[in-house]
Design a protein around this ligand. Structure first.
Ligand SMILES: Nc1nc2c(c(=O)[nH]1)N[C@@H](CNc1ccc(C(=O)N[C@@H](CCC(=O)N[C@@H](CCC(=O)N[C@@H](CCC(=O)O)C(=O)O)C(=O)O)C(=O)O)cc1)CN2
Ligand code: MET
Ligand SMILES: [Zn+2]
Length: 799
């Protein structure tokens, strides 16, 4: 018995030794949040834009943040620390500037792309002339911004033309490398890889193939790698997350020759190819066959591919295993991670295995340290960027001589406590979700029967006008809320203040002549956080900010348990606003998929189950609004499309549960109650059938910037319900003229039945000022009047 045990132990010890099980693994990080633990970067950048801070002072803030972030990563025990992950706006924009890809309308003539130009590309150049004035001094439009894969982060879209040329035009990665070097840290510079950079850009001319530019692009990449090598860089990280997407044969075929060329251009420097956000699937062979020195995989989303990847990895290529989730805030399950790492060790040997977060930590909040008001049990389940790096360092040592034997034990206690906690599981919520019937996700009658009932009940003119919900969130409003939160303003005074703002907003809309009014959303900090603060099963942080775009941040709530609406959330505000006017007051809710998508979601049950629970909570609110006399209810779903899985083959399943969750939220009302939904940032062509399946009576969409191009999907599909194609691009301070808006509406009226058309802006007005809001809405309402006149319809009588 004893001999057997010993020999088994010896075998195991031998096996571990052979596989390098006792050796500490090397750790690295793919990117650190840049905004600062207290949003220092946001504050400094916005002050600079307002002319209150000099460029020098802004640069100083940037340098201080970088220094603090490098040192904190070092202190956490990270061996290879990234640089060039910092940005004053966005890393894709930085790549464009580094490569000298500046759209010609900015009048750049070569040389260094300075900070001012960077911001112009990101934000546009305002015209100093009157809005709509035709003197020819046009404002310069910003480059487009779009979602980074399936995250809530937005990047600046590179623009490509057949004659696009590249030249090294910035010293940012070199400067930052030198800066860290001066602190004694040899960093791993991070660059967006050439294929992902090209793929995510936009060809400005029809039929133009961006891949044709690769040949011109690669020499510049080669130059960058060489320079970094000369400066002393040992490793360079090239991010190619687009390997997690479906790729055409052409794009796949471009990979190997491109990387061969890069390899030859910069001998000596080691290349880490970083993939993340998904499985590699059919691209495993491609990725493993590239002439790079290390391959990073996202083990939180593709952990099951580890063995396959390891088996195909040629020696001595290193596998970086991204075991710590960079997209969520849950404490890592060490037991599970260690098993993955052990498998990698067994297959490759310890010297060929690195430990890392799954992706850049850009998507997680900075630090748990300042979260002093979080419930302690909940806090013990969480891990933000700083804590995640400590986890990476601990995992690299677990089971080795340097490992802390208690670390695994403590971790398992926390993981276990979350698994069984009574505050997570509510049997009555689970039972209700399990018992949802098909009838509950279906309106009483089909749209064709609902439409005339609604038109009669609401007495609306042709081309009814409305807005998307929010009115300007001025500094005054935000300050009042901040003072209330700090206890400097009493609940009573804060409520009185919000009521005053709401009254002013309703009076304004009546005077302006809008048909369906909104209350203005002054009481909301954010369209998701506001609901998260009120629903059971959600927690919220005080400092858990994550960059959304540029200087804008969001504080995603944390969905930790079964979701339940304990009390009405918006009814009092809607009732109050409806009392102020005889016109229909639109109730305003955020839909289940958007709440899901813009929160940190529990990972102990499928997202579909959480979505359904939120759908039921929103349904309760919808029915309470209806009972309170609200006849029009909008359920916003701007994130429906962004939630689409990265691979097309997975879409159908997602769309089925996502549309069901929306329908559950909306379908309980009477035929006469008009349900609106709203989506901005949406390319509709691919998913128009699912949009129709939502069966909202009215959908408002963002169409003005694309000159109504987005409407094509609706006309092509013969979308049956009502549509409000946005006629005012609210992302720009420019006030559109009456003529511009009538032209857009004429375009819409030519392709959609006139009785189905609404007139509204592209999105909510929270980021706009009152002055532009008043001017633009006045023009918008005049545009609607002119269309009614042209159609020979009365201005206000029922249809
Ligand atoms: N969650 C979410 N995701 C989204 C969007 C969205 O609206 N919400 N829209 C798209 C992205 N667009 C966005 C548009 C605007 C902002 C935005 O304005 N963010 C604000 C924060 C909004 C917020 O939560 N505000 C709070 C806190 C405001 C604040 O900073 N208060 C100061 C004090 C007040 C002051 O002195 O200014 C503080 O806490 O220090 C409030 O109003 O209560 C910001 O960056 O500043 C974010 C995203 C896509 N993803
Ligand atoms: C990002 S969609 C915004 C919808 C919201 N109701 C608003 O008007 O702000
Ligand atoms: Zn919107």
């Amino acid at each position: 018995m004893i001999t057997l045990k010993t020999s088994r132990f010896e075998n195991e010890a031998n096996r571990r030794k052979l596989a390098g099980m006792n050796e500490v693994l090397l750790t690295h990080n793919l990117g650190f949040p840049r905004i600062g633990a207290q949003r220092e970067l946001k504050r400094a950048t916005e002050a600079y834009w307002k002319g209150q801070l000099s460029e020098e002072e802004l640069f100083k803030t940037g340098a201080e943040l970088r220094r603090a972030h490098w040192l904190s990563q070092k202190a956490a025990g990270i061996d290879l620390i990234p640089s060039n992950d910092f940005s004053f706006y966005d890393q894709m924009l930085d790549m464009s500037c580094l490569l000298g890809n500046v759209p010609s309308r900015f009048g750049w003539e070569g040389g260094n792309v300075d900070l001012a130009l960077r911001f112009q590309i990101a934000r546009g150049v305002a015209s100093t002339h009157e809005a709509g004035c035709a003197c020819g001094h046009q404002a310069t439009t910003a480059s487009e911004m779009t979602k980074w894969f399936d995250t809530n982060y937005h990047y600046i879209v590179p623009e490509f033309r057949p004659d696009t040329a590249f030249q090294l035009s910035s010293t940012k990665p070199f400067d930052e490398f030198a800066e860290a070097r001066a602190l004694g840290i040899t960093t791993k510079p991070v660059l967006v890889g050439p294929l992902t950079y090209l793929f995510l850009g936009k060809g400005q001319e029809e039929g133009f193939d961006r891949l044709a530019l690769l040949e011109r692009l690669l020499p510049i990449y080669g130059e960058i790698l060489r320079r970094l090598r000369e400066q002393g860089a040992e490793w360079i990280q090239l991010d190619e997350p687009f390997l997690a997407l479906d790729l055409s044969a052409e794009w796949q075929a471009a990979f190997l020759p491109a990387y061969r060329q890069l390899r030859q251009a910069a001998p000596g420097v080691k290349l880490l190819l970083a993939t993340y956000f998904g499985e590699l699937r059919e691209h495993i062979g491609l990725a493993a066959g590239l002439p790079v020195d290390a391959l990073h995989i996202d083990a939180t989303r593709a952990g099951h591919e580890l063995d396959q990847v390891a088996a195909q990895l040629p020696s001595p290529m290193i596998l970086s295993v991204g075991v710590v989730d960079g997209r969520n805030i849950w404490k890592n399950d060490f037991d599970q991670s260690q098993r993955l790492l052990d498998r990698a060790r067994a297959g490759l040997g310890a010297s060929r295995v690195w430990v890392a977060p799954s992706c850049s930590l850009l998507h997680s909040p900075v630090s748990l340290r300042r979260e002093t008001s979080l419930d302690l049990e909940l806090k013990s389940w969480l891990s933000f960027a700083e804590e995640k790096l400590a986890e990476v360092a601990t995992l690299a040592r677990l089971g080795t001589r340097e490992g802390n034997p208690m670390a695994l034990h403590h971790n398992q206690l926390a993981v276990q406590s979350r698994r069984i906690s009574r505050r997570i599981h509510r049997p009555e919520v689970k039972a209700r979700a399990a018992a949802v019937t098909a009838a509950e996700s279906r309106r009483q009658s089909p749209f064709a029967e609902r439409q005339p009932k609604q038109h009669a009940a609401l007495q609306q003119p042709l081309f009814p006008t409305t807005t998307i919900g929010s009115f300007p969130q001025t500094t005054e409003v935000r300050n009042a809320r901040a003072r209330w939160k700090k206890g400097e303003l009493s609940e009573v005074d804060y409520t009185a203040f919000l009521r005053q703002k709401t009254v002013e907003c309703v009076r304004f809309q009546e005077a302006a002549g809008l048909d369906v009014l909104v209350h203005g959303e002054f009481e909301r900090n954010d369209m998701v956080e506001y609901f998260g603060e009120q629903l059971d099963g959600f927690a919220f942080t005080t400092h858990g900010w994550v960059q959304s775009y540029g200087s804008r941040c969001v504080k995603p709530p944390i969905i930790f348990g079964d979701v339940h609406r304990a009390h009405p959330m918006t009814v009092e505000w809607s009732r109050f606003a409806q009392m102020l006017t005889a016109r229909p007051m639109k109730g305003m809710l955020t839909g289940p998929i958007t709440i899901l998508q813009w929160s940190f979601v529990r990972d102990d049950q499928p997202r579909s189950a959480t979505a359904r629970q939120i759908g039921l909570a929103v349904r309760d609110e919808v029915l309470d609004l209806e009972a309170a006399g609200i006849r029009v209810i909008q359920i916003d779903e701007p994130a429906l499309r962004e939630g689409l899985p990265l691979r097309r083959g997975d879409w159908r399943e997602y769309l089925a549960w996502a549309t069901e969750a929306f329908r559950i939220s909306a379908a309980g009302v009477r035929d006469e109650t008009q349900i609106h939904t709203h989506m901005c940032y949406c390319e509709f062509n691919d998913i128009i059938a699912s949009i129709a399946a939502l069966d909202a009576d009215v959908i408002s969409i963002e169409t003005s910037r694309s000159n109504m191009e987005l409407l094509e999907a609706f006309t092509h599909f013969r979308y049956p319900n009502e549509v409000g194609p946005g006629v005012w691009d609210i992302h720009s301070p420019r006030v559109p003229s009456v003529e511009e808006m009538t032209a857009l509406l004429e375009k819409a009226a030519a392709v959609l039945p006139v009785r189905n058309l609404w007139v509204n802006p592209d999105c909510g007005l929270k980021t706009r000022g009152w002055e532009e809001t008043k001017a633009a809405l006045k023009n918008m309402i005049e545009a609607a009047r002119q269309l009614r006149t042209r159609a020979g319809a009365p201005q206000s009588a029922p249809r």
